[in-house]
Design a protein around this ligand. Structure first.
Ligand code: ARG
Length: 284
């Protein structure tokens, strides 16, 4: 036992001597290397070399989404939050070393949750608007959308302006659809029925409680596809501006925003984004 220890000591001293001799010429370099080694064994973050970066702990974030907005975010039959946005966010997370926990979050007040820190980020088919960008920071846009009108198949509505003619119109409260209709007929106009979710507005259209619903195009089309018995048709209008969805973070959270943007860029460049896009919106 004693000899073993002694032998080990001798070997160590010998190895140290060899290493010291080998590095003898460049003292500065040796010092730098030692500093690096120390950092790495400490399991600390920085990535001076690739290995250290791979071992980095993922940054855990809580992401809010109003999961009543198929195909972007909805709750499947197993109770899981799924959809286009979720797959995009998961891909970003993988690229940016984030660990995401999704929290179903009502649209009403959803922006407050990122301002007060209850959520680190929001992905919820959120249109980037000037007004919203004053209160939150947005990622680069990841999806282009526009408004679309849903009406019963036998409706006379052929364009957005027609809705001025005393139609009862359903919208999801506080959405860009709500904004568009409010701008058209006046925010306080009694013909606007505001719902907590878009599916509730569309259900009311089925029930005849409203005569039109204005919402994001892909969501209207998805509902019509999944509910053929509702007997809806969609009416588009070029006067609806283009909208761009962004991921929201708390104002000033540049650390997270930069990571999200870098991840988004990566998945756009390596084809992952297109794969997800085609899965949901590809035409076969
Ligand atoms: N794009 C629209 C907006 O930003 C509607 C988004 C609603 N999203 C949702 N998950 N309910 O106002």
């Amino acid at each position: 036992m004693k000899i073993g220890k002694k032998m080990l000591m001798i070997m160590l001293v010998a190895m140290l001597a060899i290493v010291t001799a080998a590095c003898g010429t460049g003292t500065t370099e040796t010092g730098g290397q030692e500093a690096n080694n120390q950092e790495n064994t400490g399991g600390s973050e920085s990535g001076q070399n690739g290995e250290a970066t791979e071992q980095e702990e993922p940054l855990k974030i809580v992401v809010g989404t109003d999961a009543a907005y198929a195909p972007f975010e909805y709750v499947d039959t197993n109770g899981n939050i799924v959809g286009f946005d979720i797959e995009v966010m998961n891909a970003i997370a993988e690229a940016a070393n984030l660990e995401v926990e999704y929290k179903n979050t009502a649209w009403d007040g959803i922006f407050l949750t990122v301002q007060n820190g209850e959520r680190d980020a929001l992905i919820s088919a959120i249109t980037i608007t000037e007004e919203r960008a004053k209160k939150m920071d947005f990622s680069e846009p990841y999806f282009e959308a526009t408004q679309l009108i849903a009406v019963p198949k036998d409706s006379d509505v052929t364009k957005f302006e027609d809705l001025k003619n005393d139609y009862k119109i359903g919208v999801q409260n506080g959405t860009t659809g709500d904004e568009a209709v409010s701008d058209l007929i006046g925010r306080t106009n009694g013909n606007i029925a505001r719902f907590e979710t878009t599916p509730l507005a569309l259900k009311e259209l089925e029930n005849g409680g409203v005569e039109a619903v204005v919402a994001d195009n892909a969501v209207v089309l998805e509902y019509i596809k999944n509910n053929p018995d509702a007997n809806f048709k969609s009416v588009s209008d070029d006067n609806f501006p283009k909208e761009y969805y962004g991921i929201a973070v708390k104002k000033g959270n540049t650390e997270l925003l930069d990571r999200i943007n870098a991840g988004l860029k990566e998945i756009q460049e390596n084809g992952t984004y297109d794969e997800i896009f085609n899965k949901y919106f590809g035409t076969e």
